[in-house]
Ligand binder design. Structure first.
Ligand code: SAH
Length: 257
């Protein structure tokens, strides 16, 4: 069914489709995301988007790179917002393409707030977030009846964002904890979790380059996390919880490749 807010509405007004590209393996893009990119006249994309996904765009589409590396922004956020507004006002079909899912540590909300304020029409196409994709490819189920009854996605930019995590709740929750952007803060994260009651033997994993051919999974205890992190490269996720021990039994991706 086509609605007024559909990407395919055919109206001359500009339109922004906020598309999550998935965590790495280009085949993890959704069909809806694929179609939006095919139809786009302008694609505004970040660093973590696979080249195979960019190649889906029409050769006439304008490709605008606004790459981000960790917390360093090649193009300031306000300028990205302005590009989206300007291109939509020119009547263009714009795809704003981000790694993983745009609403999970992706600033998708901030960009849409600006579009809403400016009266630009938009849609959101969800993507597979790194926590879901990387753990699936690492054979680490985020929940498991014998191990974890909940899962938390936590920013590793804990101190930088100025808002402290509720470490007590994280450590006591019987949840699998997944830290994004956490490599540099791994010492702090491990300290806080241990101080708040997690055992220093608690199994954990670092998944580097999840879902990509180069994927690497490092495993150890929470006490070993800082030294594991020193051997790991970005992009990487830190997963804390006994589910990570299932990796040995359920690993499939690195075996098949
Ligand atoms: N919106 C994205 C997250 C952006 S924040 C999403 O939903 O996945 C960037 C962080 O995501 C990185 O620092 C890393 O912690 C994580 N990340 C992104 N891609 C990854 C990958 N392929 N493997 C492991 N971690 C990844």
């Amino acid at each position: 069914m086509t609605t007024l807010t559909s990407f395919n509405s055919g109206l001359d007004q500009g339109f922004v489709s906020l598309v999550g590209a998935g965590p790495g393996d280009p085949d993890l893009l959704t069909v809806k995301g694929y179609r939006a990119i095919q139809q786009a006249e302008v694609v505004v994309y970040d660093r973590l988007v696979a080249p195979e996904i960019l190649a889906i765009a029409n050769e006439k589409a304008q490709m605008i790179y606004v790459g981000k590396k960790l917390d360093y922004h090649c193009v300031p956020q306000e300028q990205i917002n302005q590009i989206l507004v300007d291109k939509a006002r020119e009547g263009k079909r714009v795809v704003r393409l981000k790694g993983g899912d745009s609403f999970i540590f992706g600033r998708g909300g901030e960009e849409l707030e600006k579009l809403a304020e400016e009266g630009v029409r938009f849609e959101v196409v969800p993507g597979i977030t790194a926590a879901a994709g990387a753990t699936a490819y690492a054979g680490i189920p985020l929940t498991h009846r014998d191990h974890a009854q909940a899962v938390q996605f936590i920013t590793g930019h804990v101190q930088k964002d100025g808002k402290e995590i509720d470490w007590h709740a994280a450590a006591q929750s019987n949840s699998t904890l997944v830290f994004y952007m956490g490599l540099k803060q791994s010492g702090y994260i491990a300290d806080k979790l241990i101080t708040h009651g997690l055992s220093d033997d608690m199994p954990c994993a670092i998944i580097e380059n999840g879902t990509r051919r180069e994927q690497r999974v490092l495993r150890g205890s929470l006490a070993q996390l800082p030294s594991m992190a020193q051997q790991a490269q970005s992009p990487a996720l830190i997963v804390v919880g006994s589910v990570t021990s299932l990796h040995e039994k359920l690993e499939w991706f690195n075996i098949n490749h």
